[in-house]
Design a protein around this ligand. Structure first.
Ligand code: ATP
Ligand code: MG
Length: 300
């Protein structure tokens, strides 16, 4: 019987082989973004859902993945009722493509189940195979957005490693700013992340959003030597809470609200960059880097 280490080596080598051949065949790959932020309740899930909807409306084929295995709620926010979740994929009972839900506006969603599994508790092989399954969908989507849980657990490190772009969500609250900074610190030191995009949620006005960005970007540049780019801000708006209560996105339910305007501007900013080449590259490139460079092992 093969031991675990031999198994893992075989799977990594198969994936590497496939990755290199796909990479060199030049097939289209989606932009993969992870939404993170450190502090709980800053608006990561609502940003994922509403940003996804705005991008879908702009004509981008958009997939959202609920990466919060502990408190999965992307399906709740979008009023979807999953029959199967990532747990079934991880148990080997379903393929990823079989559990994808159709959301509003052509948006597609990979749901997670609450409270059953944590990525940090998954085996190495499961983690590798999950990413491989996500990669296998690459030609069907222009953009993939992964909602991650609060904190900077192995789970968050795993998802941010899988994504070429890391979107950090914060609010003007000092504790949220400190957590956003700490997240960047951990990801830059442990995962060699060099570039972050910032969304400032629950601001009073645009000026406050810019001030928060300025402060975080200056500190990150000075002490972490990482680049933080501003994606925009979303005001504190009752429309957000009211829509959440009705289990619909605020960009759909209250399209003329100040929050929806802010989110549309963020989506427009991202969409306008769609031809830009990320220095970290696509997921394929991530794989290449991961298996060859021996970076921090998020699969352990
Ligand atoms: N711009 C906003 N204006 C007003 N309220 C907001 C705004 N953004 C988020 N909220 C409120 O904050 C709550 C938490 O949002 P959300 O679930 O997206 O946060 P989260 O960062 O994903 O939380 P967790 O860390 O628990 O995953 C929402 O239910 C909503 O009521
Ligand atoms: Mg959340």
């Amino acid at each position: 019987m093969l031991d675990q280490a031999t198994n893992v080596r075989r799977i990594v080598s198969e994936i590497r082989h496939e990755t290199f051949s796909r990479h060199s065949s030049g097939g289209g790959s989606p932009r993969v973004l992870a939404v993170t932020g450190g502090k709980g309740g800053v608006g990561k899930t609502l940003t994922t859902a509403n940003l996804g909807l705005c991008l879908a409306r702009l004509g981008m084929r958009t997939l959202l993945i609920d990466g919060d295995f502990g408190l999965a709620n992307l399906d709740v926010v979008l009023n979807l009722r999953p029959e199967h979740t990532l747990d079934d994929v991880l148990a080997g009972e379903k393929d990823l493509k079989d559990i994808i839900l159709d959301g509003p506006e052509g948006l597609r969603v990979v749901p997670s189940a609450s409270g059953l599994l944590k990525v940090s508790e998954l085996g190495r092989v499961q983690k590798l195979l999950l990413l491989d399954q996500i990669e296998s969908l690459e030609e069907e989507f222009d953009v993939v957005i992964i909602d991650t849980p609060a904190g900077i657990s192995k789970n968050v490190q795993y998802w941010t490693s899988a994504a070429a772009e890391v979107v950090v969500v914060t609010t003007p609250e000092p504790a949220a700013m400190a957590d956003a900074y700490a997240t960047m610190k951990v990801l830059s030191q442990m995962m060699r992340e060099e570039r972050f995009r910032l969304v400032v949620n629950m601001v009073r006005n645009d000026e406050e959003g810019l001030k928060v960005y300025d402060r975080i970007a200056t500190l990150a540049d000075e002490f972490l030597s990482v680049k933080v780019e501003y994606l925009g801000c979303v005001v504190f708006d009752d429309a957000v809470r009211n829509a959440a209560r009705e289990r619909v996105s605020y960009v759909q339910r209250f399209p003329f609200s100040a929050a929806a305007r802010g989110m549309r501007a963020i989506a427009a900013q991202l969409a306008s960059e769609k031809d830009s080449v990320s220095p970290k590259g696509s997921m394929q490139f991530f794989w290449k880097r991961m298996v060859t460079a021996g970076q921090q092992d998020v699969f352990a």
